[in-house]
Design a binder for this molecule. Structure first.
Ligand SMILES: Nc1nc2c(ncn2[C@@H]2O[C@H](COP(=O)(O)OP(=O)(O)OP(=O)(O)O)[C@@H](O)[C@H]2O)c(=O)[nH]1
Length: 210
């Protein structure tokens, strides 16, 4: 039997322990697992069907292992991804440096992949604001900055909590919405014969409104 039809390949990337698996668990099963931390080995796959307007979209989510030991493997999983959720822990500045590493890779190797920067564990900041180690505006500036003279990073930015569920559904809904907009744009340009070469990246042309 064949598996579910996957419309959008999504990859989760980021340093170990930032909360990638928890984010997927919250989104797919609406739960937050407590207990001893278990790191992902290799990668895990889960599919979720959702609605965008009158369309049904299946997100195929690859949850990669954050440990640098599995770095080469993570590269296999982001190939051909339409969206990458690059996670960092809002209470750990080194995790944001690691996020930048993945953004750099994606921008050089997977140009068409839309990047979503996701600051995790926002509930910890609600408990104590002083725990924040990654400034929202610094990340926003980075997300809006240029990668090369002709290419912008153009990442979207979310701050989430898998513990409380804050902004988790919104994040994945945005991934699906963006994908549908891009697909519609591509159909339109193919129909009308628009020269996509005029724009370095049609994705951003159609979807990024800041
Ligand atoms: N307070 C809080 N803790 C979280 C949150 N998300 C994850 N955690 C905790 O952070 C730890 C790591 O979470 P995981 O989801 O396993 O992290 P991961 O990024 O998948 O880790 P790797 O598999 O090693 O790459 C666990 O102890 C989680 O309970 C959150 O939103 N809030």
């Amino acid at each position: 039997m064949s598996g579910p039809r996957v419309d959008v390949k999504v990859v989760m990337l980021g340093k170990e322990n930032v909360g990638k698996t928890s984010l997927v668990e919250r989104y797919v099963h609406d739960r937050f697992l407590v207990g001893p931390y278990q790191n992902t080995i290799g990668a895990a796959f889960v599919a979720k069907v959702m609605s965008v307007g009158d369309r049904t979209v299946t997100l195929g989510i690859w949850d990669t292992a954050g440990s640098e030991r599995y770095e080469a493997m993570s590269r296999i999983y982001y190939r051909g991804a339409k969206a990458a959720i690059v996670c960092y822990d809002l209470t750990d500045s080194s995790s944001f440096e690691r996020a930048k590493f993945w953004v750099k890779e994606l921008r050089s190797l997977e140009e068409a992949c839309q990047i979503y920067l996701c600051g995790t564990k926002s509930d910890l900041l609600e408990e104590d604001r002083r725990r924040r180690r990654v400034d929202f505006h610094d990340v926003q500036d980075y997300a809006d900055s240029s990668y090369t003279s002709t290419q912008d990073i153009k990442a979207r930015l979310f701050e989430t909590s898998s513990k409380t569920g804050q902004s988790v559904d919104e994040l994945f809904q945005k991934v699906a919405d963006d994908y549908v907009s891009v697909a519609a744009f591509q159909v339109m340009t193919e129909d009308k014969g628009v020269d996509l070469g005029q724009k370095a990246n049609p994705y951003f042309y159609s979807c990024c409104h800041h």
